[in-house]
Design a protein around this ligand. Structure first.
Ligand SMILES: O=C(O)[C@H](O)[C@@H](O)[C@H](O)[C@H](O)COP(=O)(O)O
Length: 252
C-alpha cells in the first residue's frame, strides 16, 4: 500500500537543499539494492534549484553516476539550444558537471531534432524509449502549478484524460511555451516514489486541494501517486493552507 507523507521546510532554499540531500541518500540506497537507479527530472524553478544544490553537495559523488538512468517528466518542444528547454537547464545545473553515462540520459526530442516539428512523432518516440528500457522509475520529481498542473498535464486537458498512452504531445499549454511533450498520469503512476516539490504561497491552494482528495481532472497533481511512496516536499508558503502537517523547526 502506497503511503503519502508531507514535509515542510522553512523556505524555498532550504526545500531545494534538503530535497537534494534526500536525493543523494535515496539514489545511493536504490543503487546498493539494485545496482542502478532511474530518476525522472522535472522542469520549473524548484526542480532546477534541486539539481543545482545536488551539483554543489559535498555528498554528491556518493552516487555512482555511471549507473544512473535519467528521464524527463515533460519537456518544452523548442529548439535544443533554447533556454526554455528543461534538458538544457538540467545540463547547466547538474548533468554537465557529473560523469553520467550519456547512453543513460534519455532526453525528449527538441523541435529541431530528428522529428522536426512533428511533436506527435517525438512523443511517440519517447514512449518507445520508456518501453524499451522497461522504465519503472525509482524516483520521480514533479513540480506543480498554482492551478494544479503537474508535468505538462493541465486541468481538464486532453492529456489528463489520456488513459492508454504513456507520453503525449501537449498543444496550447497555458504555461508557455505552448507546445510540449509530457508523460501521462498512467506513466507517472508507474514510479515507485514520487516527490512533489514546490514552494511559495501561489501553490498553497493546489497542494491543499490535492491532499484533501481532489479529483485528478480538476487537479492533475492529485493523480500523481507513487506505487511505493508519495512525498510532498513543501515550504511554509506552499503548505500554508494545510492543517495537519509536519511543522519545520523554527530557525533563528
Ligand atoms: O516544464 C515545466 O514547466 C514543468 O515541468 C512544470 O510542471 C513545472 O514543474 C511547474 O510548472 C512548476 O514550476 P515552478 O517550480 O517554476 O513553479
Amino acid at each position: 500500500m502506497s503511503k503519502t507523507e508531507v514535509v515542510v521546510y522553512e523556505n524555498p532554499d532550504l526545500l531545494a537543499a534538503a530535497a537534494a540531500a534526500r536525493l543523494v541518500t535515496r539514489i545511493v540506497d536504490v543503487q546498493a539494492a539494485k545496482g542502478s537507479a532511474s530518476v525522472v527530472l522535472t522542469g520549473g524553478g524548484t526542480g532546477i534549484a534541486i539539481l543545482r544544490e545536488l551539483r554543489d553537495s559535498s555528498a554528491r559523488d556518493a552516487i555512482d553516476w555511471s549507473r544512473l538512468d535519467l528521464y524527463w517528466g515533460d519537456e518544452r518542444f523548442v529548439p535544443a539550444d533554447s533556454d526554455d528547454r528543461n534538458e538544457k537547464q538540467a545540463r547547466e545545473a547538474l548533468l554537465d558537471h557529473v560523469p553520467l553515462d550519456p547512453k543513460r540520459v534519455h532526453a525528449m526530442a527538441p523541435s529541431d531534432g530528428e522529428f522536426g516539428d512533428d511533436v506527435d512523432a517525438a512523443a511517440a518516440a519517447y514512449a518507445e524509449v520508456l518501453a524499451a528500457n522497461d522504465a519503472a522509475f525509482d524516483i520521480m520529481l514533479l513540480g506543480l502549478g498554482g492551478e494544479g498542473h503537474t508535468a505538462s498535464i493541465f486541468p481538464d486537458s486532453p492529456a489528463v484524460h489520456e488513459k492508454e498512452r504513456s507520453v503525449v504531445a501537449v498543444r496550447d499549454c497555458p504555461k508557455p511555451p505552448p507546445t510540449r511533450i509530457s508523460l501521462t498520469l498512467p506513466a507517472i503512476r508507474r514510479a515507485q516514489d514520487i516527490w512533489l516539490v514546490t514552494g511559495g504561497d501561489a501553490k498553497a491552494d493546489a497542494v491543499a486541494q490535492a491532499l484533501a482528495g481532489a479529483g485528478e481532472v480538476e487537479i492533475p497533481v492529485a493523480g500523481a501517486r507513487g506505487s511505493r511512496r508519495t512525498l510532498w516536499l513543501l515550504d511554509r508558503g506552499s503548505a500554508s493552507k494545510l492543517t495537519k502537517v509536519y511543522q519545520p523547526p523554527t530557525t533563528g
